[in-house]
Write a protein that binds this ligand. Structure first.
Ligand SMILES: NC(=O)c1ccc[n+]([C@@H]2O[C@H](COP(=O)([O-])OP(=O)(O)OC[C@H]3O[C@@H](n4cnc5c(N)ncnc54)[C@H](O)[C@@H]3O)[C@@H](O)[C@H]2O)c1
Ligand SMILES: O=c1ccn([C@@H]2O[C@H](COP(=O)(O)OP(=O)(O)O[C@H]3OC[C@](O)(CO)[C@H]3O)[C@@H](O)[C@H]2O)c(=O)[nH]1
Length: 390
């Protein structure tokens, strides 16, 4: 679709093209946000990351492309690069996506996790505040931790009461496990940076929006171990299960696969972020849950659905034993813990931005697994054949 030049916001005001400093633009969410901004808006992106593989298709190509000249890639590590302030200063808005955000790292690399999600984000917040620049910061649904309901007795009827499990931005508490459960290093660091941003808003007038994504999934999420990422790496569940399906191995269910998640299609979620970007008067000062409450499954149900969908899109029968149980200690190591249930309350985002997710879990898995099969099946086949031959 061609970039439109006469865009209007939700209140009918003309949106002038602006420059966005997007930190973490080379990741899963960043790549989709770049694509959306370049193909459907007149805005310019200063894309900051240490990697750019997932946005190569936007960076390379002829000058005749509709977005030519509207994206620049800056390869830099925000931990230690003095160019960061300059990029923030010459932008109208900063979107910060940079983070270590893979659960396998939270308990095994807790220091890196805390530095990445808190310490490394500090200069970004500071530069935005000091230079009066708007900030959209990516937090996480993990700041809610466990539900109140999870602490009730198993047979308590209150567990069925939404008041004990629906997660609301302005009223739900943040409930983490003990310090020795280092899984919560990420959630805790994200919570503290949220509090710092909120305080910068309250005391120094920083214009901010905080996004709490609830399991956004789709093409380009993470990596397939041994193909475009380390063989021993453990990505998030979509890529773990995709890898198992591609290799015709059983899908591993951690602690029985009883935890529940709501999954939202990345393309639906990106619509919400674009609304935030283009409607500052409605988005500033708010924390937004962004998820799909209608797409709730247990991890076991997710595995079963992915197995069925993959069989449909690949044309291959599923294997005889499609799933296997593993303990969290075996899979993630010491200090792992889990969120039991994550259903976002949608009142605030619906009221402020009129956003609702659209895509069902089956449909989003069908388009995502079609992409996974098309992108990886041949490479996996070759890598398996090579391993057998050696
Ligand atoms: N995908 C989800 O469902 C989800 C859920 C909750 C929260 N989030 C949050 O959204 C953000 C983006 O998540 P994602 O899924 O796209 O993850 P991702 O890992 O694909 O992307 C993060 C990007 O940040 C970059 N980065 C990390 N540290 C950096 C540094 N020091 N300097 C420069 N670049 C750096 C990485 O190279 C990567 O490209 C994260 O803050 C994450 O915590 C995502
Ligand atoms: O092979 C596997 C991999 C994972 N599981 C279980 O699936 C659940 C979801 O895991 P995952 O997608 O890796 O991550 P979480 O939902 O727990 O956490 C993420 O949520 C948002 C974010 O902040 C950023 O993406 C991140 O922290 C979980 O129960 C695993 O144990 C499995 O059974 N088998």
């Amino acid at each position: 679709m061609a970039a439109s030049s006469a865009r209007v916001d939700l209140d009918g005001n003309t949106i002038n093209p602006f420059t966005i400093c997007m930190i973490g633009a080379g990741g899963f969410i960043g790549s989709h946000l770049c694509e959306k901004l370049l193909t459907e808006t007149p805005h310019t992106v200063l894309a900051v990351d240490v990697y750019n593989d997932k946005i190569k298709h936007l960076l390379e190509g002829p000058d005749s492309l509709p977005w030519a000249g509207r994206i620049q890639f800056h390869r830099l590590n925000i931990k230690n690069d003095s160019r960061l302030e300059g990029l923030i200063k010459c932008s109208d808005l900063t979107v910060n996506l940079a983070a270590i955000c893979t659960p396998a790292d939270y308990n095994t690399r807790p220091l890196d996790t805390i530095y990445s999600n808190f310490i490394d984000a500090l200069p970004v917040v500071k530069y935005c505040s000091e230079n009066n620049k708007r900030l959209i910061h990516f937090s996480t649904c993990e700041v809610y931790g466990k539900t109140i309901g999870s602490y009730l007795p198993q047979d308590s009827p209150l567990r069925q009461d939404p008041a004990y499990y629906i997660l609301k931005e302005d009223t739900s508490p943040c409930i983490f496990g003990p310090i020795e459960k280092q899984r919560w290093s990420y959630a805790c660091a994200k919570q503290l940076i949220e509090r710092l941003i909120y305080a910068e808003g309250a005391e120094n007038g920083l214009e901010f929006t905080i996004v709490r994504p609830f399991n956004w999934i789709g093409p380009r999420m993470d990596f397939i171990p041994g193909i475009d990422g380390p063989s021993e790496g453990v990505p998030r569940v979509l890529a773990c299960f995709s890898n198992n399906l591609l290799r015709r191995e059983p899908l591993k269910l951690v602690d029985g696969g009883e935890s529940q998640r709501t999954f939202v299609y990345i393309k639906d979620a990106i619509e919400a972020v674009l609304l935030m970007i283009e409607n500052p008067a409605r988005a500033n000062g708010h924390i937004f849950n962004v998820g799909n409450p209608n797409n709730e499954v247990t991890v076991r149900q997710l595995a079963e659905m992915m197995t069925k969908v993959y069989s449909k899109v690949s044309g291959e029968d599923s294997i005889e034993t499609p799933t296997v149980d593993v303990s969290s200690k075996e899979f993630y190591g010491e200090g792992y813990d889990d969120s039991d249930k994550r259903i976002p309350d949608m009142t605030i985002i619906n009221k402020q931005l009129g956003w609702d997710p659209k895509t069902s879990l089956w449909d989003l898995l069908e388009s995502t697994l079609t992409y996974q099969h098309r992108t990886y099946a041949e490479a996996v086949k070759q890598s398996v054949a090579k391993a057998v031959a050696s």
